[in-house]
Design a protein around this ligand. Structure first.
Ligand SMILES: [Zn+2]
Length: 504
């Protein structure tokens, strides 16, 4: 049972490197060259419908009975919006990495049309996903039942806040944080990790770390900020920040880059930017449905974005910094949760996506424990917190002794307090698990965040901690993540309570 005791970054690039930089290790350079070749090959092969080189996108399905149908992916020259800024370098991703001759190179693409409002449960009905789960509590029930967003109402915030441990002070902290975020929205609707830009103009400290040529995609900053607003129930249609949220999503839509394989929000950053933006868009789509609204425009963006995400998955089941590159637990976390959101909003996905993701997580697990590594089985606390959360979304249920032990260890180790990346995921895992150590965990972290929120000047309502990733993402990143932690009580209903309580 190795639990990494220190707070050192994980892996060569660190957990949040994708927010601040693109790793330049030799494999990446090699991969970049390789991918350039593959782009041409993949697109050509795809258009020819052949698979001589092992690239296979076809209508085959891995599980009999899955209702999928291949539909040609359309090439749209049309930009996302007539008012969109120019993104003149659309990215073609290689449809499938080929050189590994991995068995899982066949992607069944469902027809991407208007979603069937009834969930297509066969996607998750594979035996693999149920391994280790309690027979009485199937993966399907928990996945479709729990985790919903229906508590994001004033009444829900009160009810579930009281139930799971919010306080008046923590709720005030959430509102103060959202006020700070709203005040730092840029004129084009985006947020930037760079606080030297308007409207802050450097009045707040702890901007993102500025060095060399590290891209910090505004799509990631904007996605994080929008997630924080929506976590409190504030949308384009509901609450005091309708204009703020509307402008934020307008920006994200305008920032979509069209490619052969759907919409892409990497914005010269990395797949982090895409995954975080997609998570915000998917949640927004789900919330419009909760509010009995139908937003065909938003639906279109989520469909096309989810298509890009699924095609950008590496055959080993992970997502990396660049599409279809071998990835890691952290980048994979954002992509998977964005797809879970899309799925819950009714977007059909390839039947292989989730099982492959689980296979990747199991490949970085230190057997027989459920401690997880970054892209190897060398376990770390933060990657373990991420992977445990993802495994719960993938259907892992209580009853597996070793998995339960890992969650117990997460709780007993307590929050790191200055590493919001770890604490965000660990808090989600313990909330979803309704872990008996929740009250102790929550009290410590909640009160720590309430006490450390800035109260003076331009920074009032924000947070910053000196940790490797906090420095890279800066105050915007830290504030959004801390807000999401303090919204945990009502942001998602727990995965492991009565499914019938959760309509979405
Ligand atoms: Zn400021």
């Amino acid at each position: 049972m190795v639990v990494d005791p220190d707070d050192t970054p994980v892996g060569t690039g660190g957990l949040l490197t994708g927010l601040g930089s693109v790793r330049t290790s030799s494999w990446l350079t090699s991969a970049a060259i390789h991918l350039c070749l593959l782009i041409v090959l993949a697109v050509l092969t795809y258009r020819l419908g052949g698979n001589e080189r092992g690239i296979s996108i076809d209508g085959s399905v891995s599980s009999p009975g899955a209702d999928v149908e291949f539909e040609t992916i359309q090439t749209e020259a049309q930009q996302a919006s007539s008012d969109a800024p120019s993104f003149d370098q659309p990215v073609n991703v290689p449809l499938v990495e080929t050189s590994t001759s991995d068995a899982a190179t066949s992607i069944a693409v469902t027809s991407i049309t208007a979603p069937d409002q009834a969930y297509q449960v066969n996607d998750l009905a594979t035996a693999d996903l149920k391994s280790g789960s309690s027979p009485a509590n199937t993966a399907m029930q928990t996945f479709l039942g729990g985790g919903g967003m229906s508590a994001r109402t004033p009444e829900g915030r009160k009810k579930y806040g009281d139930l799971y441990g919010a306080t008046a002070a923590s709720e005030t902290a959430v509102e103060n944080a959202l006020r700070w975020l709203a005040a730092h929205q840029r004129s084009n609707g985006s947020w930037s990790f760079d606080l030297s830009l308007d409207p802050c103009d450097g009045q707040c400290g702890n901007s993102r770390k500025v060095d060399d040529d590290t891209p910090t995609p505004a799509t990631a900053a904007t996605g994080l900020a929008l997630l924080a607003f929506m976590g409190a129930g504030y949308t384009s249609d509901v609450g005091p920040y309708q204009e703020t949220v509307t402008r934020g999503f307008y920006y994200l839509k305008s920032a979509a880059t069209e490619s052969e394989s759907g919409y892409d929000w990497q914005q010269s950053g990395s797949m982090y930017g895409h995954g975080i933006a997609m998570m915000a868009l998917s949640e927004a789509l789900g919330m419009t449905q909760l509010n009995d609204r139908y937003d065909s425009d938003l639906l279109h963006f989520v469909e096309r974005g989810a298509l890009f995400t699924t095609i950008a998955q590496h055959p080993n089941g992970s997502w990396g910094y660049t599409p279809a590159s071998p990835g890691d637990t952290t980048v994979t976390g954002w992509q998977l949760l964005s797809l879970v959101g899309a799925r819950k909003a009714g977007i059909p996905l390839p039947s292989t996506t989730f099982p492959k993701t689980k296979a990747f997580l199991m490949s970085v697990r230190e057997e027989p424990t459920y401690q997880f590594g970054y892209n190897t089985p060398e376990p770390r606390r933060t990657t373990t917190a991420i992977a445990l959360t993802l495994m719960m979304y993938l259907g892992q249920t209580p009853g597996n002794t070793l998995f339960d032990e890992a969650v117990d260890q997460l709780a007993s180790a307590g929050p790191k307090r200055t590493d919001v990346y770890h604490d965000y995921y660990a808090t989600m895992a313990l909330h979803h698990w309704r872990h008996p150590g929740w009250e102790k965990w929550n009290t410590a972290l909640r009160d720590h965040l309430v006490q450390t929120q800035a109260t003076q000047g331009h920074e009032a309502g924000s947070w910053h901690f000196k940790d490797p990733w906090g420095d890279i993402g800066g105050r915007v990143y830290t504030t959004a993540m801390c807000t999401l932690i303090l919204e945990v009580y009502y942001r998602f209903l727990p995965l492991y309570e009565k499914p019938s309580d959760f309509p979405l």
